[in-house]
Design a binder for this molecule. Sequence first.
Ligand code: CS2
Length: 492
Amino acid sequence: MEQSIDLNIKNLNKLSERIAVPAYKRDQVRVGMVHIGIGGFHRAHQAYFVDNLLAQGLASEWGICGIALLESDKRIYDVLSKQDGLYTLMVPDTEGDLSARVIGSIIELLYAPGDPSSVVAKMADESIRLITLTITEGGYNFDSEGNFNWENEMVLWDLQNPDSPKTIFGYLTAALKSRYLKGGGELTIQSCDNIEHNGNVLRCMLGAYISKAAPEISHWVDANVAFPNSMVDRITPATTPTLVETLEKDFNVQDGWPVICESYIQWIIEDSYAGRRPEWERAGAQMVADVTPYEKMKIRLLNGGHTLVGLMGDLLGYTYIHESIADPVVAELLKFYMDTEVTSTLDSVPGVNLEQYKAKLVERFKNKFIKDEVARIISGSSDKFPKFILPVIADRLKCEQPVRIGALIVAAWYMYLVKRLSDGSNIQDEQADTLLQQVKQAEKQGDPSIFLNQVSIFGNLGEESVFKECFLTYVMKLPHINLKIWVEAELN
Ligand code: CS2
């Protein structure tokens, strides 16, 4: 085998012709936006959009400064820094053949825990007009009532240490304060996470923090900072060592952290920026006046559907999402859930044929070439349920409609945790300990509904007798029922 080539600026022109490389002059691109959270999703989505614009000569003032916010982001920061911010985006076609493209839109990188003041200074610099975030569903720090969680220890740290913050709220507040003191102009801060009204949520949570940490800037923020809502979509599995090896073997390039994703991509953005913005629509995004119906549709159908397929997949012993959905029982459950329970809670979506949208979504879940793991989908469930699943249940209960599959999904989560409790294997969840404690209690007392008492996740759902009964029935049934027969009898 030929010696493989390290990915970096110097080597770009030595790469195989099979890899697309940036044709634009990267050294002439100025940084105009900061992005927090440089994981796979950002690099498959927003950074790809900016790269598309750069390729058309349309974004020379919108290069990205990528910020690694958490200590756990240190490795990705190191890898990307060594590669001058470059990485390979790999997309399998319908036959599974991979295309590889080097993305060049991340121009600069900063590691926040190592140098908080540089990060604040960067975000406060007037050359930055846009700050985008992918900080996961759990990053917004709100409780089941939608209020800011003041008990978060990191938040308490930030209140005491405004010059060396740890949370996004501390960083943004320090940067906004500095902009305010300099008499700075408009700024847009845009959430790119899977939360309905993600921009409004960010505005409220940051507003709550500012009202305590720096109340003197509240008015200025209201008048000068925009928080557009947006719906983001591209299935982006975690990068595995196998992917790194494939890239080296088949494309002769050494990239420490490539990204693989599906070819499908969607970004629907509320056109409410403060001042100038990148011409996203020229890169395939859709600018709309109101993103509400789109995000509701996407989060409830795709993300909620994913959770169902992931948890049922785990119970049935599958590793990958495409394996789980290939099981007729899971496919049937998903169809019933989408058509009956979710669809009844959706508004009509301009320009979207819902039947086609759902069919496409099933096809996307079936994509075996991206090897999306059940474990990735289940990870962080305590943050995901309140955004993806529980709103559907709440809407249905409000209209006195049955919530069978909704209850089944919560029961499947419970059974998943029971399984982890007994085999001692790891679960990836910020609240892992609390969840397992709760399940232990519930099992000990022989009353699984104790699981629903976690108000921070379920709100008062545990008091809804219709739901509770349904949940208990499924917990009882799940380990034993022949799902195939049950699905046929109950759902058809
Ligand atoms: C997934 C999402 O993490 C999850 O639960 O549903 O990451 C999903 O792949 C993306 O939202 C797709 O847009």
